[in-house]
Design a protein. Sequence first.
Lengths: 268, 313
Amino acid sequence: MISRFERTVNYAILLVFAALVLMPLASIVAGAIAAPSAGATGGIHLENFPAAWTQARFGRYMTNSFLVTGTVLAISVVVSTLAGFALGTMTFRGSGLLFYLFLLGIMVPAEAIVIPLFFDLRALGLTDTLLGVALPQIAQSTAFGTYWMRTYFRASNRSISEAARIDGAGTIRTLWSIQLPVARPALVTLVVLLFMWTWNEFLIPLIMSPTGKMRTVPLGLAFFQGQHTVDHTLMAAAAVMVALPVVVVYLFLQRHFIRGMLEGAVRE
Amino acid sequence: MRPSLPVNRRAAVGGWSEAGRRRSNRLYHPATPYLLVAPAFVVYGLFMLYPLGKAVHLSLFEWDGMSLGVFVGLRNYLAVATDGALRASFAHAGVLMFFYCVLPLAIGLVIAAVLNRAKVRGLGFFRTVFFLPQVIAMVVVATAWGGIYAFKGPLNTLLRAIGLEALASDWLGSYTLALPAIGMIGTWVEIGLVTVLMLSGMAKISPDLYESARLDGAGAIREFFAVTLPSVIGEIAVALTLTIVAALKTFDLVYMTTSGGPGTSTTVPSYQVYYQAFKVHEVGMAAAIGVTLTALIFLINVVVNRTADRMAA
């Protein structure tokens, strides 16, 4: 029997735990709307946001962030859906080896590849460009995306696509009009995970954009902190703006985030 | 008209029928799978496999990034194993593992087990909250905690208010406290992930198992060790892999909060990669640290998963 006492204890644990998680986040939101300097009075100061936006040059960095994230998402989702479809539904020589090669890429940390990439891309004149910051992340995202879509297609219903093929539909048409509409949940999960990882990425844009021309918002925040005169409230306001896009998507699609991060852990 | 040909699966792997696609018993051209994989493989090969191979190559050289490199064999790896500063950075990552992995797992298991005994409503809402730190950029997390740890920040204010003034200190500026202080941020980030993972594992346990354990006279503690824990081995393996790797790859957090300081008390391997390559121009050494990190991550994946499989069998 579950006693009333036990249930009350459970709610108490949940509430304390939730408070501990939320407190640091609340502190930064509170900091962001606090009075910017000693002279100002209390109350809510939303003007910190436009002030931080200008002083931290977020107009530029936000544009960069959306460009990098958009490029990484567009390319890696398309190529990994195609590859995942082939690896998940077709039998062909070398498919096993190819799969393990992609799997390898999920485990390789950015730390290992950024150093050679920096020197090679610099030689090609690609550092400080959109491609220079995006390409390494496209490779990382394709490794995970191929793994994720292969897992999905392997488990998906093969008979519908076989029926479509017998009907004379080509491979691409089968994938586009028969498989993809059904695969939407798996695709949405992939898109939100890649969006979050790319938006939050720090090391790759730090190294691939040495002059800061293609700096994304997380780096913008780090460099804003580096300016000695920065006001704490403006720093907090800038931090809130960095986190906001992902948090908003998370609040709407949290099931996809949780499912993806729990199931996406490689266990083969 | 819909052809009612029986599909011969084995034929699908074979050659291309001369009768043409429509009447063929093949489902696709033999080149189709390769064409589908090609775009992904090209971008992946060029920007992941090739640089990984090149990192291994670079790690065998002493190179400043400009002049000609000198082949030094495994000397960079030897330095990773023997050099005080480099070893210290791996040791720091080991300390962080306790905070990222052991602590969240111990607390997460207990909390999940307690919550699992009496089902409560609104768990979905709490799950969303617990998972929140996972989706927030590390630089933002670092900014938030930097404020909390500040000398005049809320943590010290709280300690003074409850009479523990002696404990108040400059957390991130202290040689002894900075590393555990960073570790606690890791605990805060990972504990929700681990708890949610454990809850989802425990939700799958059949109630019959608990019932028979209770009939055998098992108390809550014995029930935990006899029924709950063995049932979530798979989830524990996932949690261990994710959190250990997160600890090993700590970078943004250190970059934002301490830059490896004070002194070298919070350097980590990822920070050494950046520092060696771009601050002291030891590119070969940076590559060797990156390769070592990769090898460690592989090893941890293999060991954790093998052990879990053996325990589950």
